[in-house]
Design a protein around this ligand. Structure first.
Ligand code: B16
Ligand code: MG
Length: 214
């Protein structure tokens, strides 16, 4: 029934939100702002540039484009240092078993992430070997909820949207998959994720055979 699965990265395959949180907190010290955990939730799935704009809005801080560019670079340097220590133990529960099942059953596998650092995270965790196509923040011009990132993944796999299932932890990503005409499985809580075809707490709660029911 389906030919391919497209995975978001942060919050689906690995939990890098904690590293983004630390890096934004470090940056925030420069303009006296302490990002809260609740605010960090709102940054999930959105691009680096949009994240800084939201943070500056919360901090009620006006910055020039030049200053913003410096801060974006600094935030990423801190983030790169934090993720340089990542390893396979940080792959989220059930993910490897699920990827193996998919591969054994002939599904194609692609990445659809907003992150410009996706490649290095996939390498550090060893996840990279599972993917036939990688579409990340360097390959798209429009952020989720625009479907571009997933449509490029579909194209790279030579499939059509109706053949594909997207796995996402962020509302913007669920909306992007739906806008692209794909089925979508939300990872997380049905209290905060809307519009998915199915919601699971983690990959321990799904088998490849369940996909046929979507
Ligand atoms: P970077 P995803 C997203 O990844 C993160 O969820 C989001 O918090 C982050 O701002 C964005 O990547 C950009 O990341 O600064 O590494 O380019 O969930 O789409 O895999
Ligand atoms: Mg995500």
């Amino acid at each position: 029934k389906y030919k391919a699965c497209l995975f978001d990265l942060d919050g689906v395959l690995v939990d890098t939100a904690i590293y983004h949180f630390q890096a934004w907190r470090t940056l925030g010290k420069q303009f006296d702002f302490e990002l809260s955990h609740e605010q960090n939730e709102e940054l999930k799935g959105i691009s680096r540039v949009e994240s800084l704009d939201k943070i500056l809005h919360w901090a009620q801080f006006q910055a020039t484009q030049e200053q913003k560019d410096i801060w974006l670079k600094e935030k990423n340097e801190t983030y790169l240092e934090l993720i340089s220590h990542m390893n396979p133990s940080e792959i989220l529960p059930g993910v490897l078993t699920f990827l193996k099942q998919l591969k054994d059953q002939g599904y194609l596998i692609a990445l659809g992430s907003a992150s410009k650092n996706a490649q290095i995270i996939l390498e550090k965790t060893g996840l990279i070997t599972w993917f036939q196509a990688i579409i990340d923040g360097n390959k798209v011009t429009k952020s989720k909820p625009d479907p571009e990132v997933f449509l490029k993944g579909v194209e790279a796999l030579a499939c059509s949207p109706a053949d594909c299932i997207v796995f996402e932890d962020a509302q913007a990503g669920i909306d992007a998959a739906k806008a692209g005409g794909m089925k979508v499985v939300g990872i997380g809580s049905s209290a905060i994720l809307f519009g998915a075809d199915k919601i699971i707490p983690s990959f321990n709660d799904i088998q490849v055979s369940d996909l046929l029911l979507l």
